[in-house]
Design a protein around this ligand. Structure first.
Ligand code: FES
Ligand code: FES
Length: 162
């Protein structure tokens, strides 16, 4: 029988991390329960809602569909690290100003997903924003305000202030 527990070494929000993890431990549970990074949320636990979105080697992934052991040697960024970097300060401000969050459960995943779209540059259409965010569920806002906020930031970053 193969070992159930594995030693992993990775970088999380710029800090080196070494832990022994159960082979079945998901990345989001590892982040929340072992590293106390509770900004990533757990909703559906089967890849549908996007609440668990984090960055793995620069790309957004579902933390509930990624195993911690798969992240050995990788770089992981959570909403805490990305927010601390200041990279999404304008998005956070736009979400607040435009009432794009209510309970906030979806918001970390929304912000990371929106940032991945905006990082491509240019100003996406509202349809493109909706399509890009379609894997992130929000139970509160009706999405309109979220699209407004992302569109406003895209325009501002492109120098087209509304
Ligand atoms: S908790 Fe991962 S997609 Fe819903
Ligand atoms: S703000 Fe409540 S789920 Fe989106």
């Amino acid at each position: 029988m193969t070992d159930r527990f594995h030693d992993i070494a990775l970088t999380v929000n710029g800090e080196p991390v070494r832990e022994r993890v159960d082979a079945r431990r998901t990345l989001v549970d590892f982040l929340r329960e072992d590293l106390d990074l509770t900004g990533s949320h757990v909703g559906c636990e089967h890849g549908v809602c996007g609440a668990c979105t984090v960055r793995l080697d620069g790309a957004i992934v579902r933390g509930c569909l990624t195993l911690a052991v798969q992240c050995d040697g990788a770089t992981v960024e959570t909403i805490e690290g990305v927010a601390d970097s200041g990279a999404i300060a304008d998005l956070r401000e736009a979400f607040e100003r435009r009432n794009a969050l209510q309970c906030g459960f979806c918001t970390p995943g929304m912000l990371l997903t929106a940032q991945a779209l905006l990082a491509r540059g240019g100003v996406p259409s509202r349809d493109e924003i909706r399509a890009h965010l379609s894997g992130n569920y929000c139970r509160c806002t009706g999405y309109h305000a979220i699209v407004d906020a992302v569109e406003a930031v895209a325009q501002a970053r492109a120098g087209q202030v509304k």
